[in-house]
Design a protein around this ligand. Structure first.
Ligand code: AMP
Length: 218
């Protein structure tokens, strides 16, 4: 079964964790613009260098940079069996461009999952977040600690905190979300995208269960 999914929500709501699980259950490509931008920064590409100053401040990267990355990725053959977009679109122009791109590649979205949780909960989730430097698996110091502190259960890699996960930068990212990203929900609704709103309170398994049901029960 091929599924084209989109996972939408504020920073810290758990998109990355849920996306890893969903892409493995549905055997589809996980496409996270944040991961792609961080990879571009690590490889010192010109695009990465331009994106870095925005990410470090907790601001959104300009639309043209993200659209270039995404347009190329969606045309790769491994997306034919399905994909899961995570962290894109984040502005109304990105949503409109995604609409246009999908139509031109002959693709449609089967489900748009909108996750939400209160802001203080988001700050708690992000500030405890740790990511494996090798395989990108995510952990939380309280909610999902690794077996050996500081190291990944899956591959033994070193866990680190993202530089934009400090409390000051988190507040900026949440402000960006409210000002530029939340309005995208209205775009989805007015353009009849197949939206399901999901309460992201609770633990990872509970949230996964709600998302899974929303995808399967049309
Ligand atoms: P994420 O890993 O999704 O939390 O993204 C980390 C950072 O990358 C964000 O705070 C933005 O600066 C940037 N970013 C990721 N995706 C996008 C996007 N679709 N549009 C603009 N900026 C983005």
């Amino acid at each position: 079964m091929s599924e084209n999914l989109l996972l939408f929500g504020p920073p810290g709501v758990g998109k990355g964790t849920q996306a890893q699980r969903l892409s493995s259950v549905f055997q589809i490509q996980h496409i996270a613009t944040g991961d792609m931008l961080r990879a571009a920064i690590q490889s010192y590409t010109p695009l990465g260098q331009r994106a870095k100053s925005f990410i470090d401040k907790g601001q959104l990267v300009p639309d043209d940079l993200v659209l270039d990355l995404l347009g190329e990725r969606l045309q790769q053959p491994d997306t034919r069996r399905g994909f899961l977009l995570d962290g894109f679109p984040r502005t109304v122009p990105q949503a409109a461009e995604l609409d246009r791109m999908l139509a031109s590649y002959g693709k449609t979205l089967d489900r748009v999952i909108v996750l939400d949780a209160p802001e203080e909960e988001l700050v708690k989730r992000i500030s405890g977040r740790r990511t494996c430097e090798s395989c990108q698996a995510s952990y939380h110091v309280v909610a999902r600690p690794p077996r050996v502190p500081g190291f990944c259960d899956r591959c033994g890699g070193v866990l680190s905190q993202r530089s934009d996960d400090s409390e000051e930068i988190i507040r900026n990212r949440l402000r960006e979300f409210t000002a530029k990203t939340r309005p995208v929900i209205d775009y989805f609704v007015t353009h009849d995208w197949p939206v399901r709103m999901i309460d992201a309170a609770g633990n990872m398994d509970q949230i996964f269960g709600r998302i899974y049901a929303a995808i399967l029960l049309s």
